[in-house]
Write a protein that binds this ligand. Structure first.
Ligand code: ADP
Length: 528
């Protein structure tokens, strides 16, 4: 894409060395005028428009060899009114704005925009918990509220609820993760399913409350999702149709007893039988939580750098992974599920599940056997909505300048699908020299295959290979009918194409109707 000129002081730098790039089609004088107007709205300190103050918004963790995801700056409003005023300026100058809540979207581009020159609309200052209904277990939050903040609020007020966190929960927002349709690992793990009501500011400044939110004297906004007429919440997830400023969620009542389990399977091919065993129990809810089938290398890459495990040529051989797994008391696949309820309920269900998993040739282990093992404790924490940051370790795999880009194709929850997907991913990744470090998350009836492609971001050649490898994976998985449910900012068009022309066309029409100047996050999910 065409890239505008840099501001005078940094004109000598190459695009890649820059922390910021000008919006496309905007000259320097216009940009200076925009910054002046934005400062008048949010205050001097909350517009970031020079190299130094923009650096943190530029860190993406994904390959960006051509400098295609470099923002022009950032603006951080403190209220809905300020968001509206910023949108008015953006419409006047045709300034593209890329909204983020906390901007920690790991594996998908963090805070960076789909195309260079967009200004980050950083909503971190809007970070209030606006309502917590202790009887209904519902919460209403602003964008910048982190899971840690909600966790602390619950503890401080001794409320009988759990939250459901994604990995790296402490630093990310309930808003960002839910809008991206992320998942967690308690029975409330499908975040969008548990979302109820939102407030959205449209490009023209209109404030829309979805569901029951606009009923005069109403108090049902966080209690009933569907409202009346077309259900609109969905079109504001993974989208650029509006800026979400409030989000309602349901929280899980804290169960009297929680019992986590780990199923240890020795062989790579065991994942098929494990998946077929999980499926009926997810369908009838005997296993109530989002189950993770963790590959040994994914687990080990959270706690080790590659050099700790292997210093030979090429990808890490299977027997080496197997040896390290055994030494750490884990299998090649380790499946985590949990039971929640009273002692009696759990005692009744436990043998049914244990027997079914043991029939696949696996060991079924409890906390009594695995306590103190960091691999077990990581998932044990997630299944009760606890805080972990261990997954951040993935970016250290190749050393300090690590990068990690995620690919998450979905498939029906059938064993045969895991065989095909694991074979294809291993073939492509190994061809490009990358280790296949997978996990499968089993929802109601589908599998999310979570693949983190870890690479050395400090090495351009390695970054280029990561980019090509990711493109090949998306393309070849797509040819087999396996499309991603989410993608990094660098592959949004590629994935959107796989969902077909009619989807793209309808999205484009909605975009044109709601945001005719295309100022909100152009390129998001392939929508211009
Ligand atoms: P995280 O909670 O993981 O830090 P982010 O803040 O990075 O999440 O948000 C992930 C993505 O979700 C953003 O890149 C953006 O596309 C979208 N998004 C986040 N917050 C909003 C919002 N308030 N309104 C609209 N889109 C948003």
């Amino acid at each position: 894409m065409a890239i505008g000129g840099a501001v005078a002081s940094t004109a000598a730098l190459t695009p890649l060395a820059r922390a910021r790039m000008m919006p496309q089609d905007m000259d320097r004088d216009q940009f200076v005028a925009v910054v002046r107007e934005l400062r008048a709205i949010v205050g001097e300190d909350w517009v970031f428009a020079d190299e130094a103050s923009t650096i943190s918004y530029r860190k993406s963790g994904i390959p960006d060899l051509r400098g295609e995801h470099i923002p022009s700056g950032a603006v951080a409003p403190a209220s809905v009114e300020q968001v509206q005023a910023i949108l008015a300026v953006a419409n006047r100058y045709r300034l593209p704005l890329w909204p983020i809540s906390t901007g920690k979207n790991m594996g998908y581009g963090m805070a960076t925009p789909a195309s260079s020159g967009q200004m980050i609309l950083d909503l971190k200052r809007m970070n209030r918990i606006l309502d917590f209904d202790a009887e209904l277990g519902t919460i209403l939050v602003e964008p910048g509220v982190t899971y840690q903040q909600i966790h602390d609020y619950i503890e401080d007020n001794d409320l009988p609820y759990w939250i459901d966190v994604p990995t790296v929960g402490p630093i990310v927002s309930m808003m960002g993760n839910t809008l991206e349709r992320g998942v967690g690992y308690t029975p409330y793990g499908d975040h969008f399913f548990m979302q109820c009501g939102m407030e959205v500011v449209l490009a023209d400044g209109t404030v829309l409350k979805t569901g029951m939110g606009s009923i005069e004297n109403g108090n049902t906004w966080q209690a009933f999702k569907w409202g009346y007429g077309p259900y609109l919440d969905g079109i504001f997830t993974q989208s650029n149709f509006g800026i979400v400023t409030k989000l309602g969620m349901w929280l899980m009542p804290r169960p009297p007893v929680y019992k986590p389990f780990m199923v240890r399977s020795p062989n790579v091919e065991d994942v098929a039988a494990i998946t077929d065993t999980i499926r009926p129990f997810r369908m009838n809810n005997l296993i109530p939580n989002g189950v993770l089938i963790m590959g040994a290398l994914y687990q080990m890459s959270m706690f080790n750098s590659r050099a700790d495990l292997w210093d030979g040529e090429g990808v890490i051989p299977l027997d080496v992974i197997q040896r390290h797994a055994r030494a750490n008391d884990i299998g090649m696949w380790n499946t985590f599920y949990a039971l929640y309820g009273t002692e009696e309920m759990i005692a009744a269900m436990e043998p049914i599940l244990t027997g079914a998993f043991e029939a696949t040739g696996a060991d079924v282990l409890t906390a009594a056997e695995m306590r103190g093992n960091p691999y077990f404790e990581h998932n044990e924490t997630l299944m009760r909505g606890g805080m972990t940051l261990e997954e951040k370790g993935l970016v250290r795999w190749w050393g300090r300048s690590g990068g990690a880009v995620a690919f998450a194709p979905v498939a029906p929850a059938k064993g045969v699908e895991t065989i095909g997907q694991t074979e294809l991913a291993t073939e492509i990744m190994n061809k490009w020299g990358f280790d296949y470090a997978p996990a499968y998350a089993v929802g109601g009836r589908e599998l999310h295959h979570i693949i983190f492609l870890m690479f050395d971001k400090g090495d351009d050649e390695h970054s280029a290979k990561a980019e090509q490898c990711m493109e090949e994976m998306i393309t070849r998985f797509g040819e087999r009918g396996w499309a991603a449910y989410r993608s990094s900012v660098s592959t949004m068009d590629l994935v959107a194409d796989q969902y077909g022309a009619a989807n793209r066309e309808v999205n484009a029409r909605i975009k044109q109707a709601l945001d005719p100047n295309h100022i909100i996050a152009p390129g998001k999910q392939g929508i211009a």
